[in-house]
Design a protein around this ligand. Structure first.
Ligand SMILES: Nc1ncnc2c1ncn2[C@@H]1O[C@H](COP(=O)(O)OP(=O)(O)OP(=O)(O)O)[C@@H](O)[C@H]1O
Length: 959
């Protein structure tokens, strides 16, 4: 927007507008005015072509109806060209081409002063445009059309152009005017950018929009063709009165509306076009609609706003005409219908524009007044560009086409822009629609989930929780299991260490006892030798042995003695040699039992001698021929209970548990024990209590008890040594028999049997095997043999006193002569003794058999009743071993591989032949047995190899 002429308040001097420079440039383009002002007294300066096409006159209305007129804010300078707007804070001057106060100059005076000269030019063929501009109620219509008292510019001009109808009437300057032929008058209305023909009666093509002022008939809308309204109605005439009347009629047809500022506010532009065809003059009178702000006018409805916008569009478009002065190639005349119709007024160099700014002196209207003056000041600055072609005569249509093409291009561009915006909006709308649809689907899904699948969701949730709880419990369980496993391993490891410690301790004790026992044995041997050499007689009372033994025993540490946890006492009072009742109590431990170690007696030559009734027999033979061995390994049960927790380890270690073996749970079993003095077997009563087996003799029971106590002590000393021999493996059949005999009483009576006391074997036989023999009803000789076997000590084996007997079945049909076992027996053992041992080893293969002693498989077997008279050394020698003999057993149902005698060759074979000890080759070949050398991996019926048997088989030794 161009600056106002006076942009500063309190400015006293006129200010040139920025367009002044351009204006000067246009000055050079001035040309002589071909139409001098008809009124030389006119205050409006004559402008030349190319100069300012618009002259601006200010008209300040009056308020004649008001009794108290407001103080005017407008004051004209003495030059009558500067209008000062005063305000409380200062004033502002606007330079115009003329100023008129209606209070001072009525319409006649105003017309004559500023308009009449222009009308005279029209009469001469000039073109003049008079525009009324200003806010509503400022007097535009009043100035244009006048009032009842005074005629306005329209009528006066018409009258001036047509005259009074008199020929040769003179002008104001006395100049004779020519005859006015006639005028053509067109009255148009531009409302909402539409052109209506106010002269049309609405007889065709129009549409009725209401005529507030006239109200009769509809208006005719016209199209613009070029710079003119096509098919516009016009009236022509030569009489101004008649034409004025017609104009008055249609003037009332304008659309008016009551506003705060004007009861009949014109809402449209009104154009009255007076063409003077005879001279070519044209007068365009434009009463513009109000330019005030719509809010100030009180029009707030949508229709009012639209209407105001249309109105302002015309005003704004008029402003753009300023671009004419700027030399723009395109002047937007067609931005509005008004500018289109006024295009000639701006482009034609002969056209003159008189702009009358209507303003109110009322201070309340100061803002609109200033705006109006600013608008006029700008219009006054408009200059017609030199480049602007004068196209009045030619090229009008071409120019219109060019302008129209530009307009179309601009419109196309604008439409394209709108389309793009519309596409963008459409795209955004579609996107928003998609998002909305997606959200709706989500909402629908959630709603369905809540409403229709509520139970399923809850069940799934419960399952998840249950699974979670299960997992947690499983983890805790695994944790506890690991902890238990760890505790168990720690416990096992602890127990293992404790057991190892106990075993080590026990081994140390055993070793210690073994050494002590050896010392005792040495002392006993030396004592026996001394007696034999010095006294030449035996220590009949055993006092020497007793003293030595007591002395040795007394040397033991008390604690060590205690640690043995046994009742130890040594009463070797040999005074009582009466018959005794042996009371042998076996106190057995589960695995490490302190068994009766009768074999210990075999280690003591003195005792053996005693048992045999030799000279130095002290305990058995001299005591009435009856010996009562009472070995009591009493468990200190009370103490154990009292100190159960303290001695728990020792309790386990010693494991002294009294095992009561009962031979027969229902009745006692009697054994016949040979009486050493009479040779008869003493009667013994095996008590049902299972713990005691009493041999009832003829001597005093008390004496027997005393001896029993002494021997008990000896056994106590010797008992632990038995543990050494416990390491020898037990034969499976015997083991089985032992396990089956848990509830039986195992008792045997050693009653002065010579063989017993003579037993010097040091090999240990498991007690279970003894039990097996006892329970099977063996006689005392069996028991003695067992004693010998129990006393077997492989470490001190007497090779000269024992032999190896390899036992096998005779080969027959269906029997390949299976090897049974190897027995280690004393040299004087008989076949009867062997039978007893063999029967033990037969196990499940226990069959009746005969011994073959001739070395010839076809030879006669030894009758069973003769076996007790045939010694084992009469058996065939096996594999040329000096102490190896072969016992070949022939079963009763023997089916010989070759014809054999059906009956035993009883007494047919002289025993003397056996004494020759001729090796029987056939048997030797069939028994390539070298047990000691482990050459035969033969497996016996008990699953043990011959080597194992040879190392574990007990022997019988007879003296
Ligand atoms: N100079 C004046 N002297 C006396 N009365 C006047 C004068 N100017 C205007 N009036 C009166 O003021 C009222 C409003 O004037 P007018 O209708 O001319 O305003 P306008 O500018 O045409 O308004 P609009 O634009 O609303 O048509 C009219 O009644 C008119 O008679």
């Amino acid at each position: 927007m161009a600056p106002t002429p006076s942009s500063k308040l309190n400015q006293t001097h006129p200010i040139k507008t920025p367009q002044s420079k351009q204006r000067l440039n246009f000055a050079s383009a001035r040309t002589p005015n071909p139409h001098p002002s008809p009124n030389p007294n006119s205050t409006v300066k004559e402008t030349t072509q190319g100069d300012h096409p618009i002259e601006v006159i200010g008209r300040i209305r009056d308020y004649p109806d008001r009794k108290e007129k407001p103080n005017s804010i407008l004051q004209a300078n003495p030059d009558n060209q500067t209008l000062r707007v005063r305000a409380d804070i200062g004033y502002r001057d606007f330079t115009l081409d003329g100023i008129s106060f209606s209070e001072e100059e009525d319409l006649d005076a105003f017309y004559k002063k500023f308009v009449e000269s222009r009308i005279n030019g029209v009469k001469l063929g000039n073109k003049c445009t008079i525009m009324m501009y200003g806010p509503t109620g400022s007097g535009k219509s009043h100035t244009m059309f006048g009032c009842s008292k005074q005629a306005g510019i329209v009528y006066r001009s018409l009258k001036d152009i047509l005259g009074e109808g008199e020929e040769g009437s003179e002008g104001s300057d006395g100049q004779k005017l020519g005859m006015c032929t006639f005028v053509q008058v067109t009255v148009l209305e531009i409302y909402n950018e539409e052109i209506y023909d106010l002269l049309s009666s609405g007889c065709g093509g129009g549409f009725g929009i209401g005529w507030p002022k006239g109200g009769n008939g509809s208006k005719v809308r016209l199209e613009v063709m070029g710079k003119k309204a096509k098919n516009a109605t016009y009236i022509s005439g030569t009489e101004p009165g008649k034409i004025s009347k017609e104009i008055q009629k249609v003037e009332k047809r304008r659309i008016v509306k009551s506003t705060l500022c004007n009861d009949r506010s014109s809402r449209s532009h009104c154009l009255i076009i007076l063409d003077v065809p005879t001279v070519g003059g044209r007068l365009m009178l434009v009463d513009m609609a109000g330019s005030e702000n719509i809010e100030q006018a009180g029009q707030n409805t949508f229709e009012a706003k639209m209407q105001t916008a249309k109105i302002n569009q015309g005003n704004i478009a008029l402003k753009r005409v300023e671009s004419i002065a700027n030399g723009d190639s395109h002047v937007p005349f067609r931005d509005s219908k008004l500018t289109m119709l006024l295009q000639d007024s701006f482009e034609d160099d002969k056209s003159k524009i008189l702009m009358i700014l209507c303003a109110s002196p009322d201070p309340k209207e100061i803002h609109k007044t200033i705006c109006t003056l600013e608008y006029g000041a700008k219009a006054k600055c408009i200059v017609r560009g030199a480049h602007t072609p004068n196209k009045d005569k030619v090229g009008t249509d071409d120019s219109s086409s060019v302008i129209l093409g530009s307009k179309i291009a601009a419109m196309d561009q604008f439409i394209y822009k709108l389309q793009m915006e519309n596409k963008q909006r459409e795209k955004e709308r579609n996107e928003a629609h998609k998002q909305l649809k997606q959200k709706e689907e989500e909402v629908a899904a959630l709603r369905a989930l809540i409403e229709g699948k509520g139970s399923a969701a809850s069940e799934e949730e419960i399952n998840l929780k249950v699974n979670e709880c299960t997992r947690m419990l499983k983890l805790e369980l695994e944790k506890k299991l690991d902890e238990c496993q760890r505790m168990a391993e720690e416990f096992v490891e602890l127990e293992r260490r404790r057991m190892e410690e106990r075993i080590l301790q026990q081994q140390q004790e055993v070793e210690m006892l073994r050494r002590r026992l050896e010392e005792i044995e040495f002392e006993l041997c030396r004592s026996g030798d001394d007696n034999n050499e010095d006294n030449g007689s035996r220590d009949l009372d055993g006092s020497s042995f007793a003293r030595r033994l007591l002395g040795v025993y007394a040397d033991e540490e008390p604690d060590m003695v205690k640690s043995m946890d046994m009742v130890k006492s040594m009463d070797l009072d040999m005074g009582d040699q009466e018959a005794f009742v042996p009371d042998v109590k076996f106190v057995d431990a589960v695995k490490k039992s302190n068994n009766i170690d009768i074999q210990r007696l075999a280690n003591y030559p003195h005792l053996n001698n005693l048992n045999q009734g030799v000279d130095h027999d002290v305990s058995v033979a001299n005591y009435g021929g009856k010996l009562c061995l009472s070995t009591v390994f009493e468990e200190e049960e009370v103490e154990e209970e009292e100190h159960k927790e303290k001695v728990e380890d020792e309790e386990v270690e010693k494991g002294v548990i009294e095992v009561k073996r009962i031979v027969d749970a229902g009745s006692s079993q009697k054994f016949e024990v040979p009486d050493p003095s009479s040779g008869n077997l003493a009667k013994e009563s095996c008590m049902k209590d299972g713990l005691e087996v009493r041999c009832l003799g003829s001597e005093n029971v008390d004496a027997a008890s005393s001896r029993r106590l002494r021997i008990q002590n000896i056994f106590t000393l010797c008992g632990n040594y038995r543990e050494l021999s416990q390491q020898i493996r037990m034969p499976a059949p015997a083991k089985k028999m032992f396990e089956d005999s848990d509830s039986r009483l195992t008792t045997f009576i050693a009653h002065g049997e010579e063989s017993m006391m003579k037993s010097s074997g040091k090999e240990n036989l498991p007690l279970q095997e003894n039990v097996a023999l006892v329970e099977s009803g063996k006689n005392i000789s069996d028991l003695m043999a067992l004693v010998s076997k129990e006393n077997y000590n492989p470490l001190k084996e007497n090779n000269d006193a024992q032999i190896d007997v390899h036992v096998k079945w005779e080969a027959s049909k269906g029997n390949n002569g299976k090897f049974i076992t190897t027995l280690k027996v004393v040299r004087d053992a008989t076949l009867s003794d062997l039978r007893k041992l063999i029967e033990v080893h037969l196990g499940a293969d226990n069959r009746a058999f005969y011994f073959l002693v001739l070395g010839d498989p076809t030879g006669a077997p030894v009758p069973k009743e003769k076996e007790s008279t045939v010694q084992a050394i009469k058996l065939p020698i096996c594999n040329n071993q000096s102490r190896g003999y072969l016992a070949c057993l022939r079963p009763l149902n023997h089916l010989p591989l070759s014809p054999l005698p059906a009956t035993p060759l009883e007494n047919k074979v002289p025993l003397t032949s056996l004494e020759n000890k001729v090796p029987l080759t056939s048997l030797e070949n069939k028994l390539p047995l070298t047990p000691l050398e482990n050459k035969l991996p033969l497996i016996q019926c008990d699953g043990l190899s011959p080597a194992q048997h040879l190392s574990s088989t007990p022997f019988i030794r007879k003296y």
